[in-house]
Ligand binder design. Structure first.
Ligand code: ADP
Length: 176
């Protein structure tokens, strides 16, 4: 069984080694999950983000979690949905890959992801979920230190899409 769990909730409450932020390329805060993370972490997070000098789409950068229960925040910049032919799938996959790489670098054992790009950035969650889960599953093969990955869905439609994608992948694994 893959150590991946789909849960509904508020990612800022998760007591894990790292939570992932769906940031924008300025890394200077925004709405949605980004705003919630900055509010919960406190002003030191914005100070730390300022020093990072932004982040290109498809990449991720780490900061401490400051006032959050999580030790680190991985700020990943997802693609804005532009219809599906502008490398959105590859850029989204790259975000998850980069976070798994940071997890390895920082010896993270537990990590929680939001549905990157599936809010204000408009990426359809039914398309994003299988991408997220397959990249995470692949990353787990190279990250034996990771004990648990949480996919934190804020709304029920995201929860359902992620559950479906996970069941599908587990079915494939069982058939292999
Ligand atoms: P993006 O700009 O990358 O689309 P958003 O923050 O607008 O980022 O949305 C990404 C996903 O995060 C959406 O599915 C949204 O419902 C969800 N979300 C918003 N707030 C939270 C939160 N506190 N915890 C977990 N997920 C959240």
């Amino acid at each position: 069984m893959l150590p991946i769990e789909v849960v509904q909730g508020d990612i800022t409450q998760f007591k894990v080694d790292a939570i992932v932020n769906a940031a924008n390329s300025s890394l200077l805060g925004g709405g949605g999950v980004d705003g919630a993370i900055h509010r919960a972490a406190g002003p030191e997070l914005l100070e730390a983000c300022r020093k990072l000098g932004g982040c290109p789409t498809g990449h991720a950068k780490a900061t401490p979690g400051f006032g959050l229960p999580a030790k680190y925040v991985f700020h990943a910049v997802g693609p804005i949905w532009r219809g599906g032919n502008q490398d959105e799938d590859q850029l989204l996959a790259s975000c998850y890959r980069e976070c798994m790489r940071l997890a390895q670098e920082l010896n993270v054992k537990t990590i929680a992801f939001p549905a990157i790009s599936c809010g204000a950035y408009g990426f359809p969650v039914e398309r994003a979920a299988p991408i997220a889960i397959s990249v995470i599953a692949e990353g787990l093969k190279h990250n034996p230190q990771i004990e648990r990955v949480y996919l934190v869905c804020f709304d029920h439609s995201a929860y359902q899409a992620y559950r479906k994608a996970l069941t599908c992948l587990q079915g494939q694994d069982a058939a292999d």
